[in-house]
Design a binder for this molecule. Sequence first.
Ligand SMILES: NC(=O)c1ccc[n+]([C@@H]2O[C@H](COP(=O)([O-])OP(=O)(O)OC[C@H]3O[C@@H](n4cnc5c(N)ncnc54)[C@H](O)[C@@H]3O)[C@@H](O)[C@H]2O)c1
Length: 429
Amino acid sequence: MNIAIIGAGYVGLVTGACFAELGNKVICVDNDPEKIALLKKLKMPFFEKGLDKMVKKNVIAGRLVFTDSIEHAVKKSIIIFICVGTPPKQSGEADLSYIENVAAEIAKNMLSYRLIIEKSTVPVETGKWIEHTVKINNKKGIEFDVASNPEFLKEGAAIYDFMHPDRIVIGAESEKAKKILAKLYKPIKAEIVVTDIKSAELIKHASNSFLATKISFINSIANICEKTGADIEKVSYGMGLDKRIGRAFLKSGIGYGGFCFPKDMDAFIHISDKIGYEFSILKSVRSVNENQKQVFLKKIEKELWIIKDKTIGVLGLAFKPNTDDMRFAPSVDIINSLTQSGARIRAYDPKAFEKARPLLKGVTFCKDPYETAKNSDALLILTEWQEFKHINLSRVKKLLRNPLIIDGRNIFDPAKMRKLGFKYISIGR
Ligand SMILES: NC(=O)c1ccc[n+]([C@@H]2O[C@H](COP(=O)([O-])OP(=O)(O)OC[C@H]3O[C@@H](n4cnc5c(N)ncnc54)[C@H](O)[C@@H]3O)[C@@H](O)[C@H]2O)c1
């Protein structure tokens, strides 16, 4: 099938590469000329395991091309996925101006029937507005459908998630749209949930906010563990074995970040307020998440007393492992707060330092965990990269000025760390 993907970011590029891999002809469009120039040279604009190989293979096979021309892509493709960003405005409301622009551009360039699919995460009723925008810009009255097909992939495992999803959600209201999407997704073995467009939009917001709720819930329990001497790792293990609860997303830490949860929570709260429902659970989830960074900063202050002029090593900057994505990473608020208090920060991340550099002024970026630890008064762990679980702790101890590790991701066993002679502070235990 001929597919256009508008927006070649984390979602669009992975979607485009995977559909090409499945044998479709895909045109990926982006209005960022630098991104398109990079992609044409087969260079990835961000790190995602396996993506470079998949893109290269499909470009060479002639199934995947890149352009900055929506006009060209829309003229050539029956199926058009909208994968542009939906960033938060100051108020928390989703900024849907990119979606509106793209919908209008599609309408102006359609030659015959087009299926326009929103893959970006959007508030409920956005589909209705896309339809309206296409209608008023579709001067020739060309037939089209709008559908919703929210994406659930996780950065760091994006290709696997796309090819092996827990479910595929299709919000479509015409038989033609349902048929096209069913055919497109046929090679992927997963249950297809077909709904109306609004329900599909809500499935995405509801899923993300439920996962965020699990994280804030377990962080609240971690805070109770700290006050009572219980161990959050044991509590969450005991809870997670209950199939009704499940073990995923019951890991306590410094809170969730990334481009999805914080902004989707804000957008969901905003749209709920707008339609007259006070979503108080989500407001609490959000404030617990914000507070968790303060909980961590207080631990640092408790151990170091005065932050000014202390050297603090930081392992991990990305909002989670296996990605270089720094958007809404908790490390940014934590490091900037320490820098403002006068600390000198030395930091290391296996992949994210290029994206971190503009966000973290005055930070010294190190080449590995050992250079980071050297002469530091404390070592913080902010992202649970696999690499950190295997560092030579005896070497780290010798390099630190003070054998203090404050771990925001609970990657080590406290008893083992004590035995090695560290003062080891973690979350909820
Ligand atoms: N990143 C994730 O893990 C993830 C997962 C599921 C859903 N989503 C959702 O998918 C959407 C995209 O997220 P992302 O992380 O891929 O964002 P991104 O910022 O990485 O990519 C968006 C791309 O759209 C391009 N763009 C913006 N306006 C355009 C226009 N008019 N024409 C062509 N290109 C345009 C931008 O240049 C950018 O490259 C968001 O709504 C997000 O919430 C993201």
